[in-house]
Design a protein around this ligand. Structure first.
Ligand code: DC
Length: 209
């Protein structure tokens, strides 16, 4: 069983995907980390993010420690959003994600194009979203916990810019798949959002059984 979880930055999709993976005993892939790894490679190598060629060269995961906290930084997130618009970068990362999705027993993947491009046949798809102001507040809290000082206004500007890029690009833009269930977490606690996610997946699985 493949569960696809898509949505904008700081919508709660990662938390929900991890909880679903635990609930169903499935492996989980945060596909944003792959794009972030490319961004971090570029940053470290001094590569030009405006060059698609340089970005493709940075798709070298031998160099990346996926536990590196730098992957979670706003700088790397911004770079990931920029290089993820390049069709050749997306193409380079495609097989890795599809192999993960198609492993025996299934998997949970979260990202921007899981339900539309990576696993369009997934029986359960969630599109997790929340108001930009709520997402900015959550990201701000997360950054504070990580010891990074930022202004809420700047985080909101960043979130809006990221939304615009992720939704506006021509290759695999962030969009709700026709057969995805919408989960707006704006007014929900984490527990309530996870409960709702499980209920939506259960309903889909019953339907497809
Ligand atoms: O989910 P995240 O914030 O870690 O993702 C970082 C960036 O990577 C995001 O702004 C767009 C890109 N991304 C993508 O284009 N497709 C995915 N499946 C996952 C992430």
């Amino acid at each position: 069983m493949i569960i696809a979880v898509d949505g904008p930055a700081a919508s709660g999709k990662g938390t929900i995907a991890r909880a679903l993976a635990r609930h169903y005993g499935l492996p989980h892939l945060d596909t944003g980390l792959l794009y972030r790894a490319v961004g971090l490679n570029l940053l470290r190598w001094g590569g030009d993010p405006d060059s698609e060629f340089a970005a493709v060269r940075a798709c070298d995961f031998a160099q990346v420690d996926f536990d590196d906290p730098e992957l979670k930084s706003e700088t790397v997130g911004g770079l990931a959003s920029r290089i993820s618009a390049y069709p050749m970068v997306r193409e380079t990362l495609l097989a890795r994600q599809q192999d993960f999705a198609r492993q025996d027993g299934g998997a949970v993947l979260d990202g921007r194009d899981i339900g539309t491009v990576i696993a369009p046949d997934a029986p359960a798809k969630l599109f997790v979203t929340a108001a930009p102001e709520v997402r900015a507040m959550r990201r701000h809290e997360e950054l504070k916990r990580m010891g990074r000082t930022t202004h809420l206004d700047d985080v909101l500007i960043d979130i809006r810019a990221r939304d615009e890029r992720d939704m506006g690009r021509s290759t695999a833009p962030l969009v709700q798949a026709d057969d995805a269930d919408l989960l707006d977490t704006s007014d929900m606690t984490i527990d309530a959002a996870v409960q709702r996610a499980v209920a939506l997946v259960e309903a889909r699985l019953k339907h497809s059984a």
